[in-house]
Design a protein around this ligand. Structure first.
Ligand code: BG6
Length: 446
């Protein structure tokens, strides 16, 4: 197999709400995750919150040293919108700008490229109170926030990601109500999804207009739903589940058209796509890379009246299931997705795996965190990436999810994804076996 090129990106990722803490310090505004975690309605494990989490806001110097120790040449992190613009728009918080400047400069000084996500789910509450992603004005709000980030950090950041996993904050947040803003509405589900895509394209266009020298893309999650059998009804159910979730965005950007099944589904609920002239040109605005978050595949079987799409999820034989989460591990599924993206983009756009990793509960033996399951998972997925690369798929990088154990959204601190263990009581960081393996792997491959 072909070796990875010298400039291949090897990184780890994080998100502001999951790692920063300092939720109300130095002028930061409240965001929808702060509000949700502090409310009695929160579904987070043991009603935890990320007020402190792994305290990266205060410990970023130490954490950057850990990233260097991992031999990463990139760190993917997100900017907290409410730390920069506490009310979502308007006044800029200089202390927020100062924090990210220190982080960016510190990374560069260590030879680590900053990969910045503009939005990883933590909308300022001031904007949610005006309708958030379901309000078309979000397109201007997001562009205003992006402009502030580009003006302040654009001279030094080589990689920008507009949105992380739109399925989660639109579909799960506005239709299922599973995560903030915890709304259950077909109308808001579809509106927020479309507005997210228009906002994404608007910001890509702004980036070009400002003449910044970095690269810009998105980070879409793709969890392919595969029919459990060859029966037509299973295939139909899988197609509808795909079309209404992750493939809504994927086909939007690659085909310039949202999946018909999704549009029909919403119309059957009395909701029409709020399309305006020029929207799809924005949605398909050309990106410099295709950011892909890949974790697993799922099988779907038709079952009348079950869930939103008349189907149920079924475990398949011969797929190892991760111990700590009910995920069927499927590295070959990643190969299929990479081939599909290659085709959909005419192999013109380099693919960066912007997230991949697994939750494994830690067990400690003589002071060592032996997370063999995680190590095996990461190795198997990197092997598949190398295979695809050897066959000509344009691959540009791999960002492992994630560097440090942190606040796992509704799972709180109950689920761990890190290559580096964090003791949430003492904040002590310890490299796990998977981290040591990743470090050696990067050393040999860069
Ligand atoms: C992705 C997110 O969905 O997966 C990350 O972008 C998250 O922020 C990771 O931590 C694992 O997620 P979860 O929800 O399965 O614990």
């Amino acid at each position: 197999m072909e070796k990875f090129p010298k400039d291949f990106i090897w990184g780890v990722g994080s998100a502001s709400y999951q790692v920063e803490g300092a939720w109300n310090e130095d002028g930061k505004g409240e965001n929808i995750w702060d509000r949700y975690c502090h409310s009695p309605e929160s579904k987070v494990f043991e009603h935890q919150n990320a007020d402190v989490t792994i305290d990266e806001y205060h410990r970023f110097e130490e954490d950057m040293d850990w990233l260097k120790e991992l031999r990463c040449n990139a760190y993917r992190f997100s900017i907290s919108w409410a730390r920069i613009l506490p009310a979502g728009t308007g006044a800029v918080n200089p202390k927020g700008i100062a924090y990210y400047n220190k982080l960016i400069d510190g990374l560069l000084a260590r030879g680590i490229q900053p990969m910045v996500t503009l939005y990883h789910w933590d909308l300022p509450v001031a904007l949610q109170d005006k309708g958030g992603w379901a309000n078309r004005e979000i397109v201007d709000w997001f562009a205003e926030y992006a402009r502030v980030c580009f003006e302040n950090f654009g001279d030094r950041v080589p990689y920008w990601i507009t949105l992380n996993e739109p399925t989660v904050f639109t579909f799960s947040g506005h239709l299922l109500g599973a995560v903030p803003p915890c709304i259950q509405s077909f109308e808001q589900g579809l509106y927020s999804a479309h507005h997210a895509m228009v906002a994404h394209g608007t910001v890509v266009r702004l980036f070009r207009k400002m003449g910044l020298k970095g690269k810009i893309g998105f980070a879409f999650d793709i969890v392919p739903k595969l029919p459990y059998t060859d029966a037509e009804e299973d295939k139909k159910a899988a197609r509808l589940a795909n079309a209404t979730t992750q493939y809504f965005f994927y086909e939007g950007v690659t085909k310039g058209k949202y999946p018909k099944e999704a549009i029909d589904f919403y119309e059957s609920k009395g909701v029409k796509l709020p399309l305006q002239d020029g929207d799809m040109e924005l949605v398909t605005e050309k990106c410099d890379f295709f950011g892909l978050n890949y974790y697993l595949t799922q099988a779907v079987r038709y079952k009348k009246g079950c869930g939103l799409f008349d189907c149920e999820y079924v475990f398949r034989e011969n797929f190892p299931v991760a111990n700590a989460v009910e995920w069927e591990i499927d590295p070959e599924g990643l190969y299929d997705v990479l081939k599909d993206v290659q085709k959909a983009t005419n192999n013109e756009v380099p693919i960066i795996i912007t997230e991949n990793g697994i939750c494994q509960d830690d067990y400690c033996e003589n002071g060592e965190y032996n997370d063999d399951e995680r190590l095996g998972y990461i190795r198997a997925h990197i092997d598949v990436i190398q295979k695809a690369y050897s066959e000509g798929v344009k691959m540009a990088g791999y960002v492992c999810w994630c560097g440090f154990d942190n606040f796992e959204w509704n799972n709180g601190t109950n689920k761990r994804f890190g290559l580096i263990h964090v003791d949430f009581e003492t904040q002590k960081r310890t490299m796990k076996k998977s981290g040591k393996w990743y470090r050696e792997f990067i050393s040999k491959n860069s």
